[in-house]
Design a protein around this ligand. Structure first.
Ligand code: ITT
Length: 201
């Protein structure tokens, strides 16, 4: 089992706990950075923001680092809020959930489709980086339900389920989530890269 330690460049506790649990499955230990990773995110793309977070943590810590950027895209709102999911309304997660439900109050159940997207970038001390993507499709409820998870979990029902992510436990969420898929892809590439480096060394 590998025990490479990756710095995780996030200021979001709940996101960090999910990343930690998922990375462990792949034999990678993760820890929160002792460095500031609160970079100025742009509004261009998840990739760009994830790379900014990861490379800022690598620059400050001198080790390989994982950054993640994610968001929710609501079909009936033209993909809004997307890359600005964390900050399109000031305040709490609950405030943002209520704001989205308010904007969607005239939208019928069949048109409440949404997708969570995540991009994970692992920046390497050698200057390169590895990128993974993940998506989770589902729909937006009419009222929030459940207190598990974070962000939009209480108003999102994944395809194939009849309950919100806020009602699933973290293990269930981590089996299907956008974050899981993005981490799995990036961490597999990272493992291959580490194995190649070891063979060469
Ligand atoms: P860092 O930038 O420090 O990692 P953040 O919370 O600002 O933390 P993002 O910029 O990536 O993270 O914003 C992602 C937002 O999208 C997040 O705050 C939630 O509102 C939402 N989101 C992403 N993944 C989610 C998930 O699994 N469940 C619920 N909401 C999620």
């Amino acid at each position: 089992m590998m025990t490479d330690i990756l710095i995780v460049a996030t200021n979001n506790e709940a996101k960090f706990r999910e990343i930690l649990q998922i990375a462990e499955v792949y034999g990678i230990l993760a820890r929160m950075p002792a460095v500031k990773t609160d970079v100025q995110e742009g509004v261009v793309s998840y990739e760009e923001n994830a790379l900014l977070k990861a490379s800022s943590a690598t620059a400050q810590s001198g080790v390989d680092a994982l950054g993640e950027d994610s968001g929710i895209e609501i079909a009936a709102l033209g993909g809004f809020p997307g890359v600005i999911s964390a900050r399109f309304v000031e305040g709490s997660d609950q405030d943002r959930n209520n704001a989205l439900l308010e904007r969607m109050k005239t939208i019928e159940p069949a048109r409440r489709l949404a997708v969570f997207k995540a991009c994970v970038v692992i920046s390497l001390v050698n200057g390169g980086h590895l990128t993974g993507y993940g998506e989770l499709r589902g729909r937006i409820t009419e009222v929030p339900e459940g207190g598990n998870g974070f962000g939009y979990d209480p108003i999102f029902i994944p395809d194939g389920f009849d309950r919100t992510l806020g009602l699933l436990d973290v293990e269930e969420k981590n089996r299907i989530s956008h974050r899981r898929k993005a981490i799995e892809s990036a961490v597999r590439q990272y493992r291959d890269y580490k194995n190649t480096v070891k063979k060469q060394g």
